[in-house]
Design a protein around this ligand. Sequence first.
Ligand code: NDP
Ligand code: 8X3
Length: 255
Amino acid sequence: MSITNKIVLITGATSGIGQACAELYAAKNFDLIITGRREEKLANLKLKLENDFNINVTTLCFDVSKKNEVEKHLNNLPIALKKVAILINNAGLSQGLDPIQEGKISDWDIMIDTNVKGLLYVSKIVSNWMIAEESGHIVNIGSIAGKQVYANGNVYCATKHAVDALNQSMRIDLLKYGIKVTGINPGAVETEFSEVRFHGDKEKAKKVYDGFEPLKALDIAETIYFATSRPFHVNINDLIIMPTAQASPYYMVKN
Ligand code: NDP
Ligand code: 8X3
């Protein structure tokens, strides 16, 4: 495999925002490293994108919340693939929507381990690759839940507030190496997010998006592409993007 294009590493590319990013950056002629836990989805996406575009796609099947898996898969990449221009820290999820006193500790552990610790495990390794190159751009997918909290959002909101804090601190720590850091904070985007939040209850998930036009994953991918295609002297620090029908996590006008 010859690496001819700039490389984008996208965590959680098997659906939703991550998949839309993979499709968009492939169309823009970037080589890709795509990750997720669902191997077949990764393989199908690789096949499609390599067929449709003149690019190389590397798939890495691992759970971001498992430190040893993250280290094994990333450290074992050939040196040429470690020249990552853009890291999109997208893998994440919500589990449950319960008041704090009824929350399931297993749900809390999964959200904290994935959204916070997983993002950290990946960022530690990839930021060192970028430091070696003295260039790079890290995009952290936060949420409006990282800017405001809402009823029953407790632990998910806390993890996204942590992403917001890490986004700010990473920007400070990595500035002297010429590495840009951007936070992208979406409101309601129709993906597998709500199905995962409600533990596979498709009916309940669908109702979240009834009566208004939610964002599409492509809307977020296009925004990320915009942020990462500015000239070197311009950095988009932080963006909040909502559907027009949504003014805050808890104020939405529905039909
Ligand atoms: P999806 O459920 O459609 O996609 C989530 C992606 O993350 C999947 O590719 C999934 O892959 C991956 N993922 C989840 N857990 C892990 C894990 N432990 N290890 C590796 N990969 C994992 O949801 P979205 O596209 O909506 O979510 C993407 C990001 O956007 C998340 O961080 C989410 O919090 C954030 N977000 C979403 C919003 C929305 O309304 N949809 C709004 C604001 C932020 P796999 O299952 O194959 O492992
Ligand atoms: C996902 C959007 O409003 O459900 O982060 O928290 S929300």
